[in-house]
Design a protein around this ligand. Structure first.
Ligand SMILES: *Cc1c(COP(=O)(O)O)cnc(C)c1O
Length: 247
C-alpha cells in the first residue's frame, strides 16, 4: 500500500509537466469564466479529471497542481493508478461502462460510480456492498443524446430505475451523469445537457427516500462552458488537460 517506490517512479519530462500545469490552469480559468457568465458560484462546479490512458505520474502532476477529483473509465487502470498515487489526497470516481464481473476489482478504490445504468448491475453492487457493510455513492447515467452507441438509461426509464435503486440502501443516489451529444458545434450538445437537468428536477420532485439529486455530471473538454450554463456540478475533462490520448 505505502510502497515508497511508487512515489519515486520517474515523472514526466519537465516540459510535459509544465504543459499539464498550464493546461490545467487554462481549464480552471474556462470554468471560472463560465461560472461568472452564467451567474453561478465557482464552488458549485467541480473539475473531474478523466484520466483514461494517462500515465499515473502525469496524473500526479495535475493533483499536485490542485486537482482533487479523478476518474477512470477502465477497471484495469483503477488499481495500478491508485497504488501509484497512495501518498496523495484526492477523490476517485468511476465513469466508464462497468461490467458486473469487474465490480470486485473496482469497488474498493472508488467513492462514487457515476455510470450506474442498469438494474442487474445495481443489484450486484448492492449485494456486494451489503455483505461488506459498506455504501457507495452513485450517479445514474442517462443517455440524453439519443445516440445509440452510448451506454446509459433511456430518459423514459429513469424514474422507475431511480425508484428501484432508492430501495437499495447500500447505494446512495447523488445525481445524474450523461455524455452529451458528441459534436464539433457545442451548441448542438446543449439540448442533451439541458435534458439532464430537467430529468434531475423530475427525480427530485419524487422525494424518494435517501435520494439526493444535487449532482449533474456533464460537459467535457469541448463543451464544459455549455454544460456549466445548463447546470453541471461536475465537468469531466481529459484531453484539455493531458493533451490528445494515445490510441
Ligand atoms: C474521456 C472522457 C471524458 C473526457 O473527455 P475529453 O474530451 O478528453 O475531455 C469525459 N467523460 C467520459 C465518460 C470520458 O470517457
Amino acid at each position: 500500500m505505502s510502497d515508497p517506490g511508487d512515489g519515486n517512479a520517474p515523472g514526466p519530462a519537465p516540459a510535459d509537466a509544465e504543459a499539464i500545469r498550464t493546461r490545467l490552469a487554462a481549464v480552471e480559468s474556462r470554468i471560472e469564466t463560465a461560472c461568472v457568465a452564467s451567474g453561478r458560484d465557482r464552488a458549485a462546479v467541480r473539475l473531474l479529471l478523466a484520466t483514461k490512458t494517462v500515465d499515473p505520474q502525469r496524473v500526479r502532476v495535475a493533483i499536485e497542481a490542485g486537482a482533487n477529483l479523478v476518474a477512470e473509465n477502465r477497471v484495469q487502470e483503477v488499481r495500478p493508478k491508485y497504488e501509484a498515487l497512495t501518498d496523495l489526497n484526492y477523490e476517485r470516481h468511476f465513469i466508464g461502462h462497468l461490467q458486473s464481473n469487474k465490480i470486485n476489482a473496482l469497488v474498493p478504490y472508488v467513492s462514487c460510480i457515476q455510470s450506474l445504468d442498469r438494474l442487474s448491475l445495481a443489484r450486484k453492487l448492492q449485494a456486494k456492498l451489503e455483505r461488506e457493510g459498506e455504501t457507495r455513492e452513485v450517479l445514474l447515467q442517462v443517455n440524453t443524446s439519443g445516440e445509440d452507441s452510448k451506454f446509459g438509461l433511456e430518459p423514459e426509464a429513469l424514474v422507475d430505475f431511480a425508484t428501484e435503486v432508492s430501495r437499495m440502501d447500500s447505494l446512495r443516489i447523488r445525481g445524474l451523469m450523461t455524455i452529451g451529444l458528441f459534436t464539433e458545434d457545442v451548441e448542438l450538445a446543449r439540448p442533451s445537457l439541458r435534458r439532464l437537468r430537467e430529468l434531475g428536477d423530475q427525480v427530485r420532485q419524487l422525494n424518494l427516500d435517501g435520494v439526493v439529486m444535487d449532482e449533474l455530471s456533464m460537459g467535457m473538454s469541448g463543451d464544459l462552458e455549455v454544460a456549466i450554463e445548463e447546470g453541471a456540478t461536475i465537468v469531466r475533462v481529459g484531453s484539455a488537460v493531458f493533451g490528445g490520448r494515445q490510441p
